[in-house]
Design a protein around this ligand. Structure first.
Ligand code: PLP
Length: 472
């Protein structure tokens, strides 16, 4: 049993999203081991496809990307606990901060010299690149669109907002680069130890515009901006927010999203960096990218769309029209076949009698691998012989039983849990419908026992990832 991750699909999806959101930059969200796909493989593919930033949930996830020799700027999406800040700084991660205490802790860490300054060549590249971004549509446009209600329709996704400023990469406040010029890793890596000591640590601030999960109150943003800007060793690289219902189709969700953008604009407008180039403003997740051009600002943080999956049913059509391709498929092989009479009740609990005599295939995948126990009860299927086959009994920890009816499969026959077999397909979204959840949870739920095999359909090569420790 294995999961196949097609990095060509990730590259393809990234290119489409990069084109869609330009001149805004694309930040590839690869937290939770790249939504179950394997963070390193996905991050590399996304960078090849044109993403310029990576985002993770935790400092440890960022350190794992650095250990994979990734040098792109990496945003940590939550304020790290004080005890993790030094590690974040030493790994060149860009933390998100939203509390006074967080800024104070980061300030204290920034004043300590990095240990040994002994990184491998180029390791400091992130430091100089962390602010490199683009300036694009934003504040005024968002307000205008909010008034007219434009920018809220999924159809608008095919027409990215016109840029109000050129797509020039802007220089970090603290980096000795010419305005309009991003610092390349090679240049930055050539910095001497003295320059490294002086290089400030770039942080982003997050404002809560209505999601109410994490972030500063809008009225506290100006003080946080001032605190960061006055802190020796810190540099403000970005201000961002997160949208709660950008994936919704209803008018209530659309008007809430437009309100969030207004709150975000007003919060930035209240600070000393309003209108300033070189401070990345970002708000959109995949749904924001697809449905709200006015939310693109200077950067878009996209996760689920990179993996070729729609953020919601409401955006299914936009996702399909754009041409996003699922990157992940999940495969297994029949391990055993029994012919059972009508009325036999396979698996634990003897939950349901077979309606008629049937060939029942055993497949070595279970809830320990991320196939939820309730998949049987909910009417879930898997693909065998190019057809949807219902489960014949409850999912066990390591195995399922599948009702193949009058078709008699053989041990070794291919089973598709997610993906395509002949003309039949099973998507994470289909599982989500069956299970009453979202595709995100399905993908992130695929367990670490399932080996991830990276394939690159552009070059027709397949390579097991165990050696690179990319398995989830
Ligand atoms: C703060 C933040 N930004 C962006 C994303 C990416 O969201 P999506 O996968 O919907 O693109 C996430 C994911 O949950 C997130 O937490």
């Amino acid at each position: 049993m294995w999961v196949e991750v097609d990095v060509a699909a990730v590259r393809h999806n990234t290119r489409l999203l990069v084109d869609l959101v330009a001149p805004a930059a694309l930040c590839a969200v690869v937290k939770a081991d790249g939504y179950g796909h394997g963070a390193l493989a996905v991050a590399r593919a996304a960078l090849e496809g044109g993403a310029s930033w990576l985002a993770v949930a935790t400092v440890d996830e960022g350190i794992a990307l650095r250990a994979g020799a990734l040098r792109a700027p990496i945003l940590v999406l939550s304020e790290p606990p004080p005890g993790a800040l030094a590690a974040a700084r030493d790994a060149g991660l860009t933390p998100t901060l939203y509390t006074k205490a967080g800024v104070a802790a980061a300030r204290a860490v920034a004043q300590r010299p990095p240990p040994g300054l002994a990184g491998h060549p180029g390791e400091r590249a992130w430091c100089s690149r962390a602010n490199a971004g683009v300036s694009g549509p934003g504040t005024s446009e968002a307000a205008a669109l909010a008034e007219t209600g434009q920018g809220a329709e999924p159809a608008a996704a095919t027409e990215p907002a016109a840029a109000t400023e050129p797509a020039a990469a802007t220089e970090p406040e603290q980096v000795a680069a010419e305005p309009g010029q991003a610092v390349e890793p090679e240049q930055a890596g050539a910095d001497g130890p003295a320059a490294q000591l002086e290089a400030p640590w770039t942080v982003h601030l997050k404002v809560d515009s209505g999601m109410h999960r994490a972030g500063a109150d809008p009225e506290d943003l100006a003080a946080l901006v001032a605190a960061v800007r006055s802190a020796p060793g810190l540099a403000l690289g970005g201000i961002w927010t997160h949208l709660a219902v950008a994936d919704g189709a209803g008018e209530e969700d659309r008007s809430f999203t437009r309100r969030q953008l207004r709150v975000f604009d007003a919060a930035i407008g209240s600070t000393s960096v309003a209108g300033r180039r070189g401070i990345l403003r970002h708000a959109a997740n995949s749904a924001g990218a697809l449905a709200y051009p006015s939310a693109h600002y200077d950067m878009v943080r996209s996760g689920i769309a990179l993996y070729g999956v729609s953020p919601s049913d409401a955006l299914e059509e936009v996702t399909a029209t754009l041409g996003l391709r699922p990157a992940l498929s999940w495969h297994a092989e029949v391990s055993h076949v029994r012919r059972l009479p009508a009325g036999a009740r396979p698996s634990y609990g003897r939950a349901r009698p077979l309606p008629s005599a049937a060939a029942v295939a055993t497949v070595p995948v279970g809830y320990a691998d991320g196939l939820p126990r309730r998949y049987f009860e909910a009417g879930g299927t898997v693909l065998i012989g190019g057809r949807h086959r219902p489960l014949a009994g409850v999912v066990t920890m390591d195995q399922i039983v599948v009702d193949c009816g009058s078709d008699v499969p053989a041990a070794g026959d291919r089973v598709v849990l997610l993906g395509q077999q002949g003309s039949a397909r099973l998507r994470a979204t289909d599982w989500a419908h069956t299970l009453g959840t979202i595709a995100y949870e399905v993908l992130c739920g695929i367990g670490p026992r399932v080996p991830r095999v990276v394939v690159d359909r552009d070059v027709r090569s397949a390579q097991p990832v165990g050696a690179e420790q990319e398995g989830g």
